[in-house]
Write a protein that binds this ligand. Structure first.
Ligand code: DC
Length: 220
């Protein structure tokens, strides 16, 4: 079974996907973490070469590994960068990096490969539209911008990262805009995706809404 979860930044996609993976006994794959790892690599390379453009990134020198689990791990050239990729410096640039077609092509291939032969739930922006257009169930998640900003603020605080609510809100709005308007696989709700607006739902309620949709689609 393949479940695709797409939607805006910080709208609770990964929380929902993790909850569903646990409930259904399937593997959760965070595609955004991969774009974040490449962004981190670009930031590191740019320190050494300030005029390096994103298009010039040598993709053959980047190895990304994703180890699924209760707390998934993302490796960049064999180094665990699971925490580092949540830094604001990465969030600020990740939408520009993920708009570059050759980066998308490489990661979409990788995403399909790691899902091969498994039952998975993957979250991102183009999972139902491009990565798995034949997914068994497609969910499209949204929530009010102020709710999303508050949730991300609390999440970053728990990770020990200080950023103001205003800074977070403006980063989310900027990313939504770039992610939805880029020419290569923009964020979009496909006609066969179920919309869940979780502004007024708690974690358990959102899981139940999604489980009902999955049951109705798969007769499980
Ligand atoms: O899910 P996230 O916020 O960690 O994703 C970070 C960025 O990566 C997001 O702003 C856009 C990009 N992304 C993408 O373009 N396609 C995906 N499938 C997942 C993420």
């Amino acid at each position: 079974m393949i479940i695709a979860v797409d939607g805006y930044s910080a709208c609770g996609k990964s929380t929902l996907a993790k909850d569903l993976a646990k409930e259904l006994g399937i593997v959760y794959i965070d595609s955004g973490a991969m774009y974040r790892a490449i962004t981190l690599y670009y930031l590191e390379q740019r320190e050494k070469n300030p005029i390096l453009t994103i298009e010039e990134l040598p993709l053959d020198q980047i190895q990304i590994d994703f180890i699924p689990g209760h707390k998934p791990i993302i490796l960049l050239n064999n180094k665990d960068v699971s925490d580092e990729i949540r830094q604001p410096s990465v969030s600020d640039l990740v939408s520009e990096v993920s708009a570059v077609s050759k980066i998308r092509t490489a990661l979409v291939d990788f995403q399909r490969k790691i899902a091969e032969g498994k039952s998975i739930i993957m979250d991102g922006r183009d999972i139902g539209s491009v990565v798995f257009p034949n997914a068994d169930v497609k969910l499209f998640i949204t929530a009010a911008i102020d709710t999303r900003a508050k949730r991300r603020f609390l999440e970053l605080q728990q990770r020990g990262i200080q950023q103001s609510l205003e800074q977070i809100k403006s980063n989310l709005l900027k990313r939504d805009q770039i992610d939805s308007t880029r020419s290569d696989s923009p964020l979009t709700q496909t006609a066969d995706a179920f919309l869940i607006d979780n502004t007024l739902l708690n974690r358990e309620q959102q899981k139940q809404v999604a489980l009902n949709i999955i049951k109705s689609k798969t007769n499980n």
